[in-house]
Design a protein around this ligand. Structure first.
Ligand SMILES: *Cc1c(COP(=O)(O)O)cnc(C)c1O
Length: 420
């Protein structure tokens, strides 16, 4: 039988939800709500699944920091030997502050500034994943000013349909990421002429929440064709970066296991000497985390019942942004009738909902766990309605680490001032 919850280390003891060996009720009592709670064991086992599947191959797993950039989470992966995929200078600073190695950092993103390039060159990152011809020229310039050679991979757009949400598909011709496949050869030739660049590899990333390995295998096949054409021109690549994107179970999805997802990709590169690189985000953290929130009010209505909770769209934007589904479970089972509820926050927007039409047996003051919230949860949060952001806690066996304090209200306007 499959695990009842998408979070592997979540289980109920006498009707009370526990993450690893810690009762969620105790976390709420100690740290308050709303609070993001992550399981160290779940983070570790998600990373280990990649490590095991890549065992015996020259490969680097670069955790995509934008999925969850808390220093505590980053430090767990750094200790496991992970590399990191960043999309800003801010994320690079976080990785270094968390003990990550710059030499294992790849830098993605379509809009790298000169300052970010300087910062990354000075830190000595492993590779710039370059997304346009213009970026190539700028990077050559900036590297020249610093007297360095910038290692690069060109992010190519293999134009395959990842069959995912249109906002999170990135490998189609029509979107802003990467360079068109047909232009790649010419841009590599140009890169080979630029004195301050060193061609290291090729990169692609076709989208997120992928549930089918076939589009990725198709992309890999296309990338391999390009690698061979480059080799024929004397441009030998050292690494091939296949991006992230593996999906997770939020509700009734059945994503492939990491090993199943990677097998067809590894088959494409069987016997090749290039190092393989992956950039998983969601699949490493999504189901290792949940958002703990308390019911402030129950508000019965003629058409709908509302459970008004202390978390809101500023804490977890995915439902409002993508109409995303997150499972919601009561933290303590109780003997009251089940009702169907809209789970909503206190923000002044009709779009402020966390879940629609859920059957729950709950009373005012009860705690709810919003599951699968470890990825693109806290990192997409805001201070809308002048709400301080949630605390973050990592559960570690029977212990807990407060890895981010609840944001104090004064800090939200500390850098503002009224007119004199
Ligand atoms: C967002 C992103 C990732 C991570 O995607 P997931 O779907 O979270 O695995 C990896 N690489 C790049 C370039 C990205 O933009």
């Amino acid at each position: 039988m499959s695990h009842p919850y998408p979070t592997p280390t979540l289980h109920a003891v006498d009707g009370a939800l526990m993450l690893e060996d810690v009762a969620l009720q105790d976390i709420a009592a100690r740290y308050g709500t709303p609070t993001y709670v992550y399981s160290r064991a779940a983070l570790t086992s998600a990373f280990d699944a990649y490590r095991r599947a890549l065992n015996g191959r020259r490969a680097l797993v670069c955790y995509a920091v934008k999925a969850n950039s808390n220093l505590g989470v980053l430090s767990v992966f750094a200790r496991l030997g992970a590399g990191f995929d960043i999309v800003s200078g801010g994320e690079l600073a976080r990785v270094i502050a968390a003990g990550g190695e710059a030499a294992k950092v790849v830098f993605s993103g379509v809009g790298k500034t000169r300052a970010e390039m300087r910062q990354a060159l000075a830190a000595g990152i492993r590779c710039f994943n370059v997304e346009s011809a213009a970026e190539l020229e700028r990077l050559n310039d900036v590297a020249g000013e610093l007297g360095r050679r910038a290692p690069i991979a060109l992010r190519v757009n293999p134009d395959v349909d990842p069959k995912t949400h249109p906002y999170i598909s990135t490998g189609l011709k029509s979107n802003k990421f990467g360079v068109a496949f047909d232009d790649a050869l010419a841009i590599y030739r140009r890169a080979a002429q630029l004195p301050n660049l060193r061609i290291s590899g090729v990169a692609c990333h076709i989208g997120s929440q992928l549930l089918d390995p076939a589009p990725m295998a198709e992309a890999a096949q296309k990338v391999l064709g390009l690698v061979d054409r480059l080799a024929a021109e004397g441009i030998a690549l050292e690494h091939i970066d296949l991006g992230g994107g593996l999906g997770i179970r939020y509700s009734d999805e059945t994503p492939p296991a990491v090993a199943e997802y990677l097998a067809p990709l590894l088959a494409v590169f069987d016997g090749r000497r290039e190092e393989l690189c992956f950039e998983p985000g969601r699949s490493l953290v999504g189901n290792a985390g949940l958002l703990l929130t308390r019911i402030e009010y129950l508000k019965p209505g003629e058409e709908k019942n509302f459970a008004i909770v202390d978390a809101a769209m500023n804490d977890l934007a995915r439902p409002a942004l993508y109409d995303a589904y997150h499972e919601v479970v009561a933290v303590q089972a109780r003997e009251v009738p089940e009702r169907r509820y809209e789970i909503v926050g206190p923000i002044c927007e009709s779009g402020d909902f966390l879940a629609h039409d859920r059957s729950l047996a709950v009373a005012e003051g009860d705690l709810l766990a919003i599951l699968s919230a470890g990825a693109y949860g806290m990192t997409m949060s805001s201070n809308y309605n002048t709400r301080g952001r949630a605390a973050e806690v990592i559960v570690d066996g029977a212990g807990t680490h407060l890895v981010r304090e609840r944001e104090p209200i004064e800090s939200l306007y500390a850098s503002e001032k009224p007119l004199a």
